[in-house]
Design a protein. Structure first.
Length: 425
């Protein structure tokens, strides 16, 4: 049965109903490295991609498969790949299409770790990342040439929070045959980028999908809605010497429009070895079951905190989509059911006051994570974005006095009470 609503998909999405051996309703944790082949022919068919199945947990695992299937359905995609972290997911999204000498075009509005990956580490592999301001979608077109393999952006950028114009940019990319890859980490359930024209979606499952700050992971979802059979994508359309000369768009055509994700699994995951642990996949399945409910509370609490801080005498500015006007508000309207739980603000007294505020918090945790059920706070300029130059920080939405909050699901009165006592300190 194909479920339509995220509340139902989060609980019942995918093919798992009960374990065929034990009847277990919860997805079992398949904590194993390898899987018994039926015979030599079965093994050969699996390795030759004539048949899909489990070979080795570095490449695939039944617990991870249950998570992949469910999140693919939640996002409206055709297949997914679970990996060891959100950073690995981002890297794989790009490396799956790029070789030395290629380039991608990325939004400037990024998480600091992604910026560093793109600006520095990718450069070591010979891949250029061209950063453009998404205020003008045409900036992506202007930065594109024949060696551009994809465009990349965050739906609800951390920490800038200016919602990305997915439909506009995706449409421009499709005219050029360039896919848009969206990091949807901060907007699960609230936005479905694939339905707006994106070709690929990824999440750091560490955040809202897990929801409890217990496990690290990432996932990539193939939308199955992009034509990869183009000279623009040699990794998918030229014989791959690492897999007996397979041309991926042709080799897996019988499986459906999954060449992008199959190549990522059978080459990148196989060779670079960043699998999601089965136990972590189990933990993410538990988090996924309550994700729609938690997002409702996250968003409701964040709206109230944003309004409260905006009226506070010591606060100079609050950054949250619920307060946007004009074009920023129009772009934020793609979020359905809430504006996310991230918000930022500046104190009138400046950076030192911001540091004192964080140190005075009692209930909020001072941590690098976001998307936890608990409320969290951090000073990005000296932590998550500290490897960036001052100019790079400014482009990504970080100023010296900026404080980022990830609002949890506690009672709103307790959240506001902690903020007020810290502001008074």
């Amino acid at each position: 049965m194909a479920y339509q609503h995220p509340e139902t998909i989060a609980l019942h999405g995918g093919s798992h109903r009960a374990d065929p051996t034990t009847g277990s309703v919860a997805v079992p944790i398949h904590q194993t490295t390898a899987f018994q082949f039926q015979d030599t022919g079965h093994a050969a068919r699996l390795f030759g991609l004539a048949e899909m199945g489990t070979i080795y947990t570095r490449i695939m695992n039944p617990t991870c498969d249950a998570l992949e299937t469910r999140i693919a359905q939640l996002e409206g995609g055709v297949a997914a790949l679970a990996v060891g972290s959100g950073q690995a997911a981002t890297a794989f999204c790009v490396m799956n299409l790029c070789q030395a000498g290629d380039n991608i075009v990325s939004s400037t509005d990024l998480y600091g770790g992604t910026w560093n990956l793109f600006a520095n580490t990718m450069k070591q592999f010979g891949v250029e990342v061209r950063f453009v301001d998404p205020v003008d979608p045409d900036n992506f077109t202007r930065a594109t040439d024949a060696r551009t393999r994809c465009w990349y952006a965050e739906t609800l950028p951390n920490p800038k929070l200016q919602v990305f114009p997915i439909a506009e940019v995706a449409a421009l990319g499709r005219k050029l045959g360039v896919p848009l890859i969206m990091d949807n980490t901060a907007a699960p359930v609230l936005c479905k980028p694939l339905g707006l024209g994106a070709a690929v979606v990824m999440h750091s499952t560490t955040k809202w999908i897990g929801g409890h700050g217990t496990s690290i992971g990432g996932i990539v979802v193939d939308g199955g809605n992009f034509d990869w059979e183009s000279d623009r994508f040699p990794t998918l359309n030229q014989p791959d010497p690492s897999y007996h000369g397979a041309v991926w768009t042709q080799a897996v055509k019988a499986m459906g429009p999954v060449a992008y994700i199959i190549r990522m699994r059978t080459c990148l995951l196989r060779d670079l070895g960043a699998p999601m642990a089965p136990f972590n996949a189990f933990m993410f399945l538990q988090g996924l079951e309550t994700l729609p409910l938690r997002m409702e509370r996250h968003c409701a609490n964040a709206n109230k905190v944003a309004a409260h801080l905006a009226a506070h005498a010591k606060v100079a500015h609050v950054n949250h989509p619920s307060l946007f006007t004009g074009e920023a508000a129009r772009r934020a309207s793609i979020l359905k059911g809430g504006f996310g739980s991230l918000l930022g603000f500046e104190l009138k007294a400046g950076a030192e006051a911001g540091k004192k505020f964080i140190e005075a918090l009692k209930m909020f945790y001072h941590v690098a994570n976001i998307g936890d059920a608990r409320s969290l706070a951090i000073h990005p300029a000296t932590t998550t974005h500290s490897q960036l130059s001052v100019d790079e920080q400014a482009m990504s939405g970080v100023t010296p006095g900026y404080v980022r909050l990830s609002i949890g699901i506690e009672h709103i009165d307790d959240i506001i009470a902690d903020l007020d006592q810290a502001l008074a300190a």
